[in-house]
Design a protein around this ligand. Sequence first.
Ligand SMILES: [Zn+2]
Length: 133
Amino acid sequence: MSPVAMVWPCPLPVDAYAEAGRQAGFPRPACPSCAGPLVFWSGYRRHVRAAGRCRKVFVPRLRCGSCRVSHALLPAFVLAWRLDVAETVGMVIAEVAGGRCGVRPAAERAGVPYTTARGCLLGQPGPHPRRHG
Ligand SMILES: [Zn+2]
């Protein structure tokens, strides 16, 4: 069976979480399928990106003795970032590519700064290159 991801409301900011590693005070919820006890099984490290920086964080895996399903225990901020970074920007790009409106109104509707949306579209943040003369 494929692993299932569970999200827990991690109280730590990302830096503290990354530093804590395996000691981040993970909860041990009951199995979502059978409510049986889960045991810490292993874990893996993954990169997460926030505010333009990439960090490596530890994600523990729990395993249910009866279902034999393993569950990844994701801190809530991983999900939040994905919404922020990937899905909002993806929506902006889709609107612009569809020809419905320009970058600026799409960015405003998505609640992201114009420069961010534009930077994502063109692959280079910041102002226009300076003209000579
Ligand atoms: Zn179970």
